[in-house]
Write a protein that binds this ligand. Structure first.
Ligand SMILES: [Zn+2]
Length: 286
């Protein structure tokens, strides 16, 4: 089955495996030729783990997404590719007791593992894994496809459970799901516990804790500097998220420059149960 997408554009990169840095800024406008097609394959990948779980995940999402051609033999793909998979048995085991436990607001069956490629700080294309709620899987792929298309750099992309407790911030990665209390209110769950938010480059984009300052320790909150993967209110990356209805917490006070979260509206405490899901946010007028 094939369908037409209108959301993002990729083009084959030069023949080498590495991305040319000048790609940044080349894709400010996301116009897509109407004949561009996206493959939406429902052919199951090899079943890993419980078949029912896999089928449940795949029914919520369009299947494997890929745009453009693969890289040559021995090269990572030079165009954006992503697949949305149920959590494997091994992943579940790793998460259980670390990033997920009984009492967490989202069952493991409702989470998916997105395998996607991204542009690293070395300008090469790398493969990463993001765990999010299955309801957001498709738009998360679209967002990261658009980040890839503008050459936005991410230092690494591995789930929380791959790191010792407390050490992920220093790894400067992009991460999604983690069942933990909110930083500013230990009585409620963080939006990460619902799988509806993503942190990007935590050291480059720290959050400000009024009592201890910039966190993680050693990070630099200055936004008037140049650094790979730095997020500011004018970043195209921020606009990409907002166009999908995600807010950037760098706009809040105190700021959390690494944090993007899906906005849902309604009276329910659980953000996943609210009736209105933002499809687009506009930057505030200056
Ligand atoms: Zn966060």
């Amino acid at each position: 089955m094939e369908g037409v997408i209108t959301k993002f554009r990729t083009e084959p990169y030069p023949s080498s495996c590495e991305l040319a840095r000048p790609l940044s800024g080349r894709y400010n406008e996301f116009t897509l030729p109407s004949d561009t097609q996206i493959k939406m394959s429902k052919t199951p990948a090899p079943i890993r783990g419980d078949r029912a779980v896999y089928e449940r995940a795949i029914s919520a999402v369009p299947g494997d997404l890929s745009v453009g051609a693969d890289g040559g033999p021995g090269c990572p793909s030079s165009t954006f590719q992503a697949s949305i998979d149920a959590l494997t048995a091994a992943q579940r085991e790793k998460m259980n007791g670390r990033t997920w436990h009984e009492g967490c607001p989202v069952p493991l069956d409702d989470l998916v593992s997105i395998h996607l490629n991204y542009v690293g700080f070395d300008d090469a294309v790398h493969g990463g894994v993001l765990v999010v709620h299955r309801k957001l899987a498709k738009e998360t792929v679209e967002i990261f496809g658009e980040l890839f298309a503008i050459g936005f750099q991410i230092e690494r992309m591995q789930p929380y459970e791959d790191f010792p407790v407390g050490e992920i911030g220093a790894s400067n990665g992009a991460v999604g799901f983690n069942c933990r209390p909110a930083e500013d209110n230990p009585k409620i769950f963080s939006s990460h516990a619902y799988g509806i938010s993503v942190d990007i480059n935590e050291m480059t984009n720290p959050y400000h804790d009024p009592s201890i300052g910039w966190s993680p320790a050693g990070s630099n909150g200055d936004r008037n500097r140049s650094a790979p993967g730095l997020l500011t209110a004018d970043s195209e990356a921020v606009k990409i998220f907002m166009r999908h209805g995600w807010i950037w917490d760098g706009l809040l006070d105190p700021p959390d420059y690494q944090h993007f979260g899906k906005i849902t509206l309604g009276a329910e405490d659980n953000p996943l149960q609210r009736p209105v899901w933002a499809t687009q946010l506009q930057p505030a007028p200056k």
